[in-house]
Design a protein around this ligand. Structure first.
Ligand code: MG
Length: 216
């Protein structure tokens, strides 16, 4: 059963770890190189947006892109977690959007600057409602998609992840002491595209449910 979240509760979440370049077809569409270790950036928990809330298009860029991602929640604290133990530290899973200002990001990349302006702005992390990990058949075999105004834009399956969930938990917990409530956005498949005012984005997975946001 889904666990409802709303804006009053999002402060119970911890850090938001995001993994970049974790699906090869998405790396190709952005003309990037396959990384040798996970690409990690963070968003503040204040970026979270519950399903159904309107999302304001930011004004400091032109190309707001959707990136649908499977999001895992840490349930049990740990550091230096071996891959074989990783799933014992994850308690729930849902879908989210890693909203990205692509033009701003391109400029930041070109100048070697940090990504926050392009990735960590207000309302940059719409998040669905969590499903207990116990209720999912195989977290590394989840179909998921993103449609905008009824047109399918992105389709993926977590088996296509370059760094699997156990590898990500192992890597992140070697740098940070993971705590209950920390979230991991695990990367996006190909098909990222522009969102404009009045667009409605729907992200869905047969096992995780369907969540939508309208942009204003
Ligand atoms: Mg992403």
């Amino acid at each position: 059963m889904n666990t409802p979240i709303n804006s009053d509760k999002v402060s119970s979440f911890g850090r938001i770890f995001c993994i970049g370049k974790n699906y090869s077809e998405h790396i190709k569409e952005l003309s990037g190189a396959v990384p040798e270790e996970p690409v990690v950036f963070m968003k503040p928990w204040t970026s979270l947006v519950a399903p159904g809330e309107k999302v304001k298009i930011p004004r400091h860029g032109f190309l707001l892109h959707h990136e649908v991602e499977v999001v895992f929640r840490v349930g049990t604290a740990g550091e230096d977690i071996p891959e074989s133990e990783a799933l014992n530290h994850i308690d729930a899973v849902t879908l989210g959007l890693d909203l990205t200002l692509r033009d701003v990001q391109a400029n930041l990349k070109k100048n070697g600057h940090p990504w926050e302006l392009s990735k960590a702005f207000e309302q940059s992390a719409p998040l669905g409602e969590f499903v207990s990990l116990n209720e999912v058949n195989d977290p590394q075999h989840l179909d998921f998609s993103c449609s905008v105004n009824g047109s399918l834009r992105q389709k993926g399956n977590t088996r296509e992840m370059i760094f699997s969930l156990p590898k990500l938990v192992n890597f992140l917990s070697g740098v940070w002491h993971l705590r209950p409530g920390d979230l991991i956005y695990t990367g996006t498949p190909a098909g990222v595209g522009i969102l404009k005012s009045r667009d409605v984005a729907v992200i869905a997975s047969p096992e995780l449910g369907e969540f939508s946001w309208e942009f204003k």
